[in-house]
Design a protein around this ligand. Structure first.
Ligand SMILES: *[C@@H]1O[C@H](CO)[C@@H](O)[C@H](O)[C@H]1NC(C)=O
Ligand SMILES: *[C@@H]1O[C@H](CO)[C@@H](O)[C@H](O)[C@H]1NC(C)=O
Ligand SMILES: *[C@@H]1O[C@H](CO)[C@@H](O)[C@H](O)[C@H]1NC(C)=O
Ligand SMILES: *[C@@H]1O[C@H](CO)[C@@H](O)[C@H](O)[C@H]1NC(C)=O
Ligand SMILES: *[C@@H]1O[C@H](CO)[C@@H](O)[C@H](O)[C@H]1NC(C)=O
Ligand SMILES: CC(=O)N[C@H]1CO[C@H](CO)[C@@H](O)[C@@H]1O
Length: 504
């Protein structure tokens, strides 16, 4: 039998661990049916870490069958209290394994260990306990009195088998945003991690088994989007699909659903979120939050505030202070090692992403001749590192103002007044998030009222919480995750009409 585990060492932590490299189906790791593997690369060095098995269509179908069996025979009959206890146990295990889970995100996704990867795991622990508490609360229906002889009640029932496809920018966090709520709602699932970041979720899969989740409840099928994603999207026995990633792929997921069994679709797609800074704003606060909102995770964030609009009277001051702040706070670390304590900027995910971002920067400099500030001059020769980059006074119709770059690149533009800036802010096909900085409570609330976006942050940016609904307007997505909606999205309403007449 082929080996489905591999020893990997992390010299920075003086640690060696056993990495599962198979598909996780029915609580077991198995090789793919055709033996095909995919390499995964450490973006901080550009070197191969290992390779893992890539599921075929046939393997994916096996995973769906496992999820179906388990749903009908076991999970459907498992009480909310038992589901709660399993999720609580899972949270404890995540807490125990926090240092290693964070290390896997650092190794495979390039996240700075101390200032980024650890925070992801903290959020996941919080989120898991939150969803554990929902199993017997957000799943309640209603009673509707019709007349003396008739009562109607509704049940909130799971879809059955849910499929999920997740991105590489927050591998475990995005998986957890979906999985924990989905399980709390009573579905079983098949999940596909991103090709570039599958290691952490394969390791994480073991924790479900350890926590006592019955076999088949959680299945992990790494592999190619064109194979696994397509199979899940068109599968006639998948009842629900949830996707986070690009708007382009999101669109195709909708099509796949339409072409097959009309499975319910939740999408969280791209963004080009505007941050608006008025003259009366607390500038130190605005700069700190905006800088975090674009340079954290090397800008690889769908809610990154990648467009910044600054009122003209404070524009120059803002740019100067923003540059200083960025130079001071966003650094690769003394030895250019993502495991270092003071490293806050890691590499971007892959060579192809590295090239794409560089093309945008080159376009801004050479085609549009824009003023640019690159805050780090010394770029490591290995790995996919990119300096935090600020384009200044960028017109609204610039390619850089319009397209999602998904890297540490921000455009800063000027505006006159509220009327003008709300037009600029809304002038996009995306509608994921938005930020406004002002002390004027009317202006802040006009903005919250007028902006077409799923999230509005006032005097802050990018603060997420597992208890708070999240999702996009326009082409940024369909449906909501987290909070009560993070469970509701995995439930459908069943209506029961009860005839109480006694002349039957
Ligand atoms: C992920 O890695 C593959 C190679 O395995 C590469 O072709 C692809 O472009 C990468 N994805 C991204 C988003 O960089
Ligand atoms: C808030 O802004 C509006 C619009 O600019 C202005 O009319 C109003 O006086 C401001 N309120 C305060 C308290 O400054
Ligand atoms: C944030 O906004 C509120 C309401 O507009 C305002 O009262 C407060 O002073 C602002 N705080 C900061 C730090 O800008
Ligand atoms: C980035 O995205 C994640 C997930 O969408 C979110 O939780 C986080 O707050 C975002 N921003 C930052 C700065 O991490
Ligand atoms: C309930 O059933 C009885 C007996 O068949 C029938 O007469 C009555 O119309 C039904 N009532 C409703 C509200 O459906
Ligand atoms: C207040 C305001 O300007 N709202 C605009 C936001 O953008 C949409 C189009 O994207 C306009 O229709 C709104 O008028």
């Amino acid at each position: 039998m082929s080996e489905v585990f591999e020893e990997i060492s992390i010299p920075q932590l003086n640690k060696t661990y056993k990495q599962p490299i198979g598909l996780f189906i029915n609580n077991e790791f198995v090789p793919s049916s055709n033996g095909e593997k995919v390499d995964t690369v450490n973006p901080a060095t550009g070197e191969k870490i290992t390779s893992f098995y890539a599921a075929t269509a046939e393997d994916t179908d096996k995973a769906v069958k496992a999820a179906r069996e388990s749903y009908e025979n076991v999970w459907f009959k498992t009480s909310p209290a038992e589901k709660r206890d399993l999720l609580l146990k899972l949270a404890d295990l995540i807490e125990e394994e926090k240092p290693l889970l964070a290390a896997l995100e650092t190794l495979d996704a390039g996240k700075p260990y101390h200032t980024n990867a650890m925070d992801d795991i903290d959020q996941i622990i919080h989120l898991t306990r939150y969803f554990a508490g929902t199993t017997d609360k957000f799943t309640q229906g209603k009673t509707i009195p019709i007349d003396h002889e008739k009562l109607v009640y509704t049940l909130k029932v799971p879809y059955g088998v849910a499929a999920m496809i997740i991105p590489w920018n927050y591998p475990l966090a995005m998986a957890s945003w979906k999985m924990q709520g989905c399980l709390a709602a009573g579905n079983t699932l098949v999940i596909k991690p991103a090709e570039n970041t599958s290691l952490s979720l394969l390791y994480f899969a073991q924790l479900f088994e350890k926590a006592g989740f019955p076999k088949g409840v959680v299945n992990v099928v790494p592999g190619k989007g064109s194979v696994v994603g397509n199979t899940l999207g068109t599968h006639m026995d998948v009842d629900k699909i949830s996707f986070t990633g690009s708007t382009k792929v999101g669109r195709s997921i909708l099509e796949l659903s339409g072409k097959s069994n009309m499975k319910d679709v939740t999408l969280e797609c791209g963004g080009k979120s505007p941050a608006v800074v008025f003259e009366d704003a607390n500038l130190d606060n605005a700069i700190e939050k905006i800088s975090n909102g674009i340079f954290y995770n090397s800008g690889q964030n769908c809610t990154a505030n990648s467009r910044v609009y600054v009122q003209e009277g404070i524009f120059d001051k803002f740019v100067k202070q923003f540059e200083e702040h960025t130079k001071k706070n966003w650094i690769f670390g003394e030895k250019n090692d993502v495991f270092e304590k003071d490293c806050t900027v890691g590499p971007v995910i892959s060579e192809s992403q590295f090239k794409t971002i560089h093309e945008y920067i080159k376009h801004g400099k050479e085609e549009e001749k824009l003023e640019v500030i690159e805050t780090i001059k010394d770029i490591p020769s290995k790995g996919y590192y990119i300096s935090p980059t600020i384009f200044v006074d960028v017109p609204q119709d610039s390619k850089l103002s319009r397209e999602e770059i998904f890297g540490p690149v921000v455009v800063v533009s000027k505006f006159k007044d509220y009327k003008q800036v709300i037009k600029y802010a809304n002038d996009t096909n995306y509608g994921l998030a938005s930020m406004v900085f002002t002390k004027n409570i009317s202006v802040a609330n006009w903005f919250a009222r007028d902006i077409k976006a799923g999230t509005v942050w006032i005097n802050t940016s990018n603060e997420e919480d597992p208890t708070v609904p999240f999702g996009g307007f326009k082409e940024s997505g369909i449906g909501r995750e987290l909070g009560e909606t993070g469970v509701e999205t995995y439930l459908q309403t069943k209506t029961v009409h009860l005839n109480m007449s006694d002349n039957i």
